[in-house]
Structure formats: C-alpha cells, structure tokens
Design a protein around this ligand. Structure first.
Ligand code: A2P
Length: 275
C-alpha cells in the first residue's frame, strides 16, 4: 500500500499515505524495527528528538540500501527549542543525529502555549523552508485555535498537522478545518495504542466480515477518511500486516467506525503538555 500510495501536500510535495511511527520503540530496538519496516515497504518514517531514537533511525536508513530520496523522513522541534535560534539549532541537531542533510517534513511537536513562542517557531520553520533546508513544514498537536492563530499571524498554511487520532478520538471538527485549509492530517496512535480499541466488539465484527484483523480495519479506516496513519510496532509480522491495506471497507463499516468516537484523548492535552 505505502509503496504505491501517496497524498499530495499543499506545497506541491508528495507524501506516502501510510507511515511508520517509532514513538516508544526503545533505541536499542529501533534500527531493527525501521529496517523491518523499510523492507516491508514503508517509505515514511516519523521520529522526534523526544523519542530518543533519531540516531537509531538514521542507522537503519544508512543500512537500508535505499536512496535517501526514496524515504520520506519526519522529525520535530521539541518544546524546549521553541524560538528562532533554538529551533535552528534543534534542526541541525536532528539532521546530525539522523545522519541526513535534511528531513522531508519538519513539524513543531507541540504548541506549548504557555511558552508563547509557537508563532515565532513557525516563522523559523518557514524561513528554513524558504532557505531550502527542508522540503515541507507543518505542525503537530495544534488545536483549532492554535492553528488559526498561526495562519492568521503568518499567512502560511502548514502542509500537515499530526495529531492523536483513532476511532475512539476521531477529531471530526479538526479534520473538517484541515480539509477546508488543504492541510493533511497525520494520525499518531492510529491504533489507539493497541489497547481496548483492538478488542472492540464492533471492530471485531467488521474484521470478521472483511476477513482482516482489527488493526487492519482501523488502519484502512484512516485511509478511507483521508488521514495518514503512523502505526508503531516492534514486531516484524505486525509491521508487515499493518501495511497490507489493499482492500476497501464497505460504507456501513466506515459509518460504524465513525460512530465509535468518544471524544476523549488517550495521550496528553496539547493545551498543557510540557514533556
Ligand atoms: P507491538 O509493538 O508489540 O506490535 P499505536 O500505533 O496506535 O501507538 O499502537 C501501537 C501499539 O499497538 C503497540 O503496543 C503495538 O505493539 C500494538 N500493535 C501494533 N500493531 C498491531 C497489530 N497489528 N495488532 C495488535 N497490536 C498491534
């Protein structure tokens, strides 16, 4: 699926429609997991300094035998690096850790509103992009009012907003805003962190009906609603299975999955999160 399927970004770049997330993969296991993912066909790898595995991701890219331009690499500005100088330094540190000249997409990891510097940080990302230090820039965990603030104050619409998103927290209002502004939604914890969601009876029934696993049903739902899921797994067979999404959900299944929204996060609240 990911090898042949892409989404268009509003800056003219193309991004794989499914990615591999490495949050919570311990550094010692990350190189093997990313190599498994690249071998399985993933071409989007999502990391961040806060995951403490950028070096290990870089080692996998170096050992993969793939050309750099075959991999779409994403990293993020940590909260402690908001502001002009710190953001530039953080970007150089990420590139060095990853062993690359540039990432493909660079995001502000969290709005960290109490720091009051996300607009300045966004202006810095835009400047770096204008200097051709990376192809695309975007946001992560921005709520509608943070997003509107950034766009109104800078006039630059991000290519992507990466947020927590799964059937129990499907963020319809934010997705609508993204669609109106041409922003692609990336989903972190697309499987609801592998908890209760994957044993939900409604999803089990849809899985039986389609002859697929619950995880495949959830990931296919992301594709159907137009979000780019970034599933994490440290297990080779689940890494592979999570990319076998070349099937369609019937319309009833999409409606049933949409109806599971509880409007409650599993992860931190972007309004207050300070990692
Ligand atoms: P594991 O790494 O052992 O495969 P999310 O991407 O939503 O954060 O979910 C990640 C969690 O879901 C991890 O605990 C991962 O465990 C688990 N997971 C990933 N893929 C599958 C799958 N196909 N079936 C069941 N659990 C999965």
């Amino acid at each position: 699926m990911a090898t042949s399927s892409f989404v268009d970004l509003n800056d003219g770049a193309r991004m794989p429609a499914v990615g591999f997330g490495v949050w919570r993969i311990p550094a010692a296991q990350t190189t093997a997991a990313v190599l498994d993912a690249l071998e399985a066909g993933y071409r989007l790898i999502d990391t961040a300094p806060g995951y403490q595995n950028e070096e290990a991701v870089g080692a996998a890219i170096a050992r993969s035998g793939l050309r750099r331009n075959e991999i779409f690499l994403v990293s993020k500005v940590p909260n402690r690096s908001h502001g002009r100088g710190p953001t530039r330094e953080a970007y150089e540190r990420s590139c060095e850790a990853l062993g690359v000249a540039a990432v493909d997409l660079y995001l502000i990891h969290w709005p960290a509103p109490h720091r009051g510097r996300y607009v300045e940080t966004w202006e810095t990302l835009c400047a770096l992009r204008d200097e051709r230090r990376m192809r695309s820039v975007g946001l992560s965990n921005f709520q509608p009012h943070h997003l509107s603030d950034v766009v109104e104050r800078t006039g630059v619409v991000p290519a992507v907003n990466q947020v927590e998103l799964h059937p129990y927290f499907s963020q319809p209002a934010l997705r609508k805003l993204h669609a109106e502004q041409g922003i692609v939604t990336q989903a972190w914890s697309p499987l609801g962190q592998g908890g209760e969601l994957l044993t939900d009876p409604a999803i089990a029934a849809i899985a039986d009906r389609h002859g697929k696993s619950p995880a495949q049903i959830v990931l296919r739902w992301h594709c159907e609603i137009g979000t780019v899921p970034l599933p994490k797994s440290g297990n080779r067979s689940r890494i592979r299975a999570n990319l076998e999404l070349d099937f369609e959900l019937d319309a009833e299944a999409v409606r049933e999955l949409d109806a599971l929204d509880r409007g409650r996060r599993i992860g931190p609240d972007p309004e207050t999160f300070e990692p």
